[in-house]
Design a protein around this ligand. Structure first.
Ligand code: FAD
Length: 429
């Protein structure tokens, strides 16, 4: 009998799960639950911050001027290319359209229940294979819940929605504007200001460049090696923040700046509020455990997580992770005993710490992703990723290290611009 699989979320990861599960209807029946009214997850840009029109916390962390930091050739699912007429570095609107097209091409909409929020996931039986009870509610009607049983659950709820803000001495005393990148939308509110951007990951760099177009001065504050790319003259770098005093930001080198705003580009927490304690999943800063190969729960192997890894090429990796989870479900992949999987998870973590990685980098793959992808494809018995993807990615990263400017064209907000019916193009293209 076909296994019933609950998929939580219709972002790129959930759509990928639906695409592969629905391709084998004799073996799998997917039901995708999506709390918003459309597919795309974090690529659904909104001007709103705080709550959405249905009263839910805004999920997306997109900002208006975002252009991808990976070329479309590396971003695409291996079985569905982007429109070849697009430039390599596409806008967030173009990524959303791509995900919509993927949804329609593989006829996924019929498997998705929109405006349906997963409230709880609970194991019904404790032995493996676990049977799952999933309780959902219609958005806006939290009291109207329904509960259904499933043979498996794929968690695809994303991990760029719950801001992580480090504790900094007297942060609450800072009297300027203070926000997390999750709530950053556009540079306009920072015109003429002195702005500190804390964190120099992808979002920190992008937002610093975006804000530098309009701000008086931008300080990119971070503890990483200095960014070597040529930067705008009003954008300087400084070590991390040590403390705050009314309008004053003190950096770790003792220097001070009177700032109008601080934008925390300090990352996100993993969050699975719908998993009950009985699921036995522990999410701490930067680590979800116990997940074998960053995917499958070592006790409840019918519970899998797609998209937990960081610093990766997301869609190609989801494509493999989903097939790995399915190979576990259809038993074409026989997993090692639980004890061995737990040891493997621990070994991976300890090796990271010993190599000098931070404790919250438990799922950061970076360059290791390519080895991981080969391993997943071998274990799942599926087609490996093209080697060209690896070389292209390496090329892009080394280029980005010395040339950041291409990824963030600035287009000022002009009243009525969205009504203009002619072709608009930025000098970048
Ligand atoms: P999401 O897109 O977050 O989707 C999760 C979905 O789950 C959402 O639709 C949400 O509504 C739903 N959901 C959550 N909880 C529930 C619930 N309880 N019940 C029902 N539904 C629920 N990747 C790239 O490849 N290139 C880039 O250039 C790039 N730039 C990025 C820039 C930013 C600012 C961010 C935040 C991310 C960027 N990424 C980029 C990474 C991006 O997150 C991934 O590409 C990918 O979109 C992640 O998909 P996901 O499905 O895991 O998560």
């Amino acid at each position: 009998m076909a296994r019933r699989v609950a998929v939580i979320g219709a972002g790129a990861a959930g759509l990928c799960a639906a695409r592969h599960l629905s391709a084998r209807p004799d073996q799998f029946v997917p039901t995708v639950y999506e709390q918003t009214d459309r597919v795309g997850g974090t690529w659904v840009y909104t001007d709103r911050v705080g709550t959405d029109e249905h009263g839910l916390p805004v999920h997306s962390s997109m900002y208006k001027n975002l252009r991808t930091n990976l070329p479309k050739e590396v971003m695409a699912f291996p079985d569905f290319p982007f429109d070849s007429s697009l430039p390599s570095f596409v806008t967030h609107q173009e990524v959303l359209q791509y995900l919509e097209d993927y949804t329609d091409h593989f006829q996924l909409r019929k498997h998705i229940q929109f405006l349906t929020k997963v409230d709880t996931v609970k194991p019904v039986t404790s032995a493996d294979p676990t049977l799952w009870e999933v309780t959902v509610s219609r958005v806006g009607e939290p009291e109207k819940t329904t509960t259904q049983q499933f043979d498996a659950v794929m968690v695809c709820n994303g991990h760029f929605s719950e801001p992580y803000i480090p504790e900094i001495t007297q942060a609450s005393l800072f009297e300027g504007i203070s926000l997390h990148s999750h709530d950053y939308r556009s540079p306009e509110p920072f015109v003429g200001m002195d702005v500190v951007i804390l964190g120099a990951g992808s979002s920190g760099l992008d937002i610093a460049l975006d804000v530098s177009r309009v701000a008086r001065r931008v300080v990119l504050s971070h503890d990483r090696p200095m960014v070597v790319s040529e930067l705008p003259t009003n954008l300087i770098q400084s070590p991390g923040i040590k403390s705050f005093r009314s309008r004053t930001v003190e950096f770790k080198n003792g220097e001070e700046l009177d700032a109008d705003a601080v934008i925390y580009c300090t990352g996100y927490n993993y969050s699975f509020p719908f998993l009950t304690l009985e699921c036995g999943v522990w999410a701490e800063r930067g680590r979800v455990s116990p997940l074998y190969k960053h995917i499958v729960h070592t006790t409840h192997t019918t519970l899998s997580f797609i998209g937990v890894c960081a610093r990766i090429c997301p869609c190609p990796q989801f494509h493999l992770q989903v097939q790995f989870a399915m190979a576990v479900l259809d038993r074409s992949l026989v997993l090692p005993p639980k004890e061995d999987m737990d040891k493997d998870v621990e070994r991976d973590y300890v090796e990271r710490l010993e190599s000098g990685m931070a404790p919250h980098h438990a799922h950061v793959l970076g360059n290791k992703q390519w080895e991981y992808h080969i391993d997943l494809a071998r274990l799942a018995g599926c087609q490996p990723l093209s080697k060209a993807l690896h070389s292209l990615h390496v090329g892009v990263l080394s280029d980005r290290a010395t040339n950041l400017h291409y990824s963030v064209p600035y287009i000022p907000a002009i009243p009525g611009a969205d009504l203009f019916q002619g072709r608009t193009i930025h000098s970048h293209e």
